[in-house]
Design a protein around this ligand. Structure first.
Ligand code: ZN
Length: 509
């Protein structure tokens, strides 16, 4: 079916369901990191407007490397804490932490996540990536990894992670070495500026000690393992000793690499010089390193080195994820749906808004901002990559909705729309002429028959969708028209549009 819902106004008459994580239940499709969240983000706008900024993301705290030279190092020895305790369902194996079911050999991560997961914009390979090296410590929160929010499976909740116990000069040497380790990949290494929350990144905490995390046994560094092919994208890892190889190894653990043998290898425990990621199939270090059955991403390693090879090709795997370091010169494209610059609604009504985002590489992230009468009421990153927001109980006022996407080359792009609720202060429509056809200005609820043309570039996009992917999206919102006057009832197929568009993403090598 060809969906022409871009220009259709959606009014939802009933409550949207809460997002539910669709678990990949059976063993064959097991991948705890290839999360699929269905159903729009749901906001009661009366609640949002009364929340006093609760829905507005806090600003990003920027690093300050000059802190490393003051106070003196001698004054900075962290007080050793009692060993911590990992969250339920996780076990420590040496300096990797794994999900219990994998560590105990009950499950193996599937090399092929659900096709629908791969179709979510941002998840495709190759991606561009970002590593943020954090020397300034700070308060970390316990929870599923989210570098942007300083949340980590391995964090001691609300414990202040210490500043790196070395000089700024030492830090710069480490930074340079990590940059070299990653130089053949499409990954940037940041340390003077923390990335915005919008774009996903891996954060490495540099310094501190193992007792500054929640692991129970000593280690030189620690990372959440078995996120094969970096499906999560927002992991937090730790390097306690002042070794660049430890930093790079922990980062690569969070991208799905396991330990190998070889004193010249970053992924090895063995002492050595000039460590690097290997570009050959190298023997995995299982029994000798951490015990039997502990290779977290065995089935992925086998793609490159053969079944039962017990080997891993570091760079082949990393290049699949991050490609090569050519510059990314193409910004993402963003569009808010319904595709209308101005909507008018009655007080108390609801609306679902969707995102249509494409980028030439995987790794793009996005956020939504909603202001009422010039005051920001909501500003949240769509960490779940749902691309749909359901706003109920709209209060009177003039709203501006901004969708903002960002890639790993600092391309930040926006689309926006205005929603006038309650009519009184509605400005006359000023059609900027950017759309193919003038809005008539009376595009009130439900009257749009979908005949508005989109801009030429995306019109073909919207019209050629012959598949029925829309049917697979069990969005949380059973939508009906509101009962207000204009146009009457419409049951609209807007749900599913997101998946439909995503399925046509480009794969750019
Ligand atoms: Zn390791």
């Amino acid at each position: 079916m060809a969906l022409k819902a871009d220009a259709i106004l959606l009014l939802c008459g009933v409550t949207a369901g809460l997002p539910a994580v669709a678990a990949a239940a059976d063993g064959e499709r097991y991948d705890p990191y290839a999360k699929m969240v269905t159903g729009a983000h749901h906001y009661d706008m009366r609640e949002v407007l009364q929340a006093g900024g609760k829905f507005v993301a806090e600003p990003v705290e920027q690093p300050d490397l000059s802190q490393l030279d003051a106070p003196p190092l001698s004054a900075r020895a962290s007080e050793p804490l009692a060993p911590g305790k990992l969250p339920e369902g996780w076990v420590q194996i040496g300096e990797v932490v794994q999900r219990r079911e994998i560590a105990e050999g009950l499950k193996q991560v599937d090399p092929k996540p659900l096709p629908a997961w791969e179709d979510i914009e941002g998840n495709q390979y190759p991606r561009k990536g970002t590593v943020f090296l954090n020397f300034n410590g700070g308060i970390l929160k316990s929870g599923a990894d989210n570098s942007a929010e300083s949340k980590s499976t391995l964090a001691r909740h609300n414990h202040k992670y210490p500043v790196f116990n070395g000089s700024e000069a030492t830090a710069l040497t480490l930074i340079q070495a990590v940059q070299q380790d990653l130089e053949s990949l499409g990954v940037r290494v940041l340390y003077l500026n923390r990335p915005s929350k919008t774009v996903p990144y891996t954060m490495a905490m540099i310094g501190g000690s193992w007792t500054d995390t929640n692991i129970g046994d000593p280690a030189g560094g620690v990372a959440p393992g078995t996120d094969c092919e970096d499906r999560d994208q927002r992991n937090v890892v730790y390097a306690f000793d002042s070794s660049s190889a430890t930093i790079s190894q922990e980062i690569a653990h969070a991208w799905g690499l396991d330990h190998t043998l070889g004193g010249d290898r970053i992924m090895s425990y063995q002492a050595g010089n000039n460590k690097h990621f290997g570009d050959n199939c190298q023997a995995l270090c299982e029994e000798q390193c951490q015990g039997p059955g502990t290779i977290g991403c065995r089935l992925i390693h086998e793609i490159y080195c053969g079944e039962d090879s017990e080997q891993q090709n570091d760079l082949a795997e990393l290049n699949k994820i991050f490609g090569t370091p050519e510059p990314d010169t193409e910004p993402p494209t963003v569009k808010l749906l319904p595709d209308s610059d101005l909507l008018e609604l009655e007080v108390g009504e609801s609306i679902e808004i969707k995102a249509d985002i494409h980028d030439n590489y995987g790794g793009v992230g996005w956020r939504i901002k909603v202001s009422r009468d010039g005051v920001v009421a909501l500003d949240e990153v769509d960490y779940d990559q749902v691309g749909a927001w359901y706003f109920t109980n709209l209060q009177a006022g003039v709203y501006e909705v901004v969708l903002e996407a960002e890639d790993h080359a600092e391309h930040v792009v926006q689309d926006q729309m205005k929603i006038v609720v309650g009519g009184a202060s509605a400005p006359t429509t000023t059609d900027g002429g950017s759309e193919g056809e003038a809005d008539t200005g009376d595009e009130t609820a439900g009257v749009d028959d979908g005949s508005d043309t989109e801009d030429p570039g995306s019109a073909s996009d919207g019209g050629t969708d012959g598949d029925s992917s829309g049917a697979t999206d069990k969005g949380g919102c059973e939508c009906r028209s509101s009962d207000q006057g204009a146009g009457g009832a419409l049951v609209l197929p807007l749900l599913g549009l997101w998946f439909g568009h995503r399925a046509r993403r480009r794969r750019t090598a």
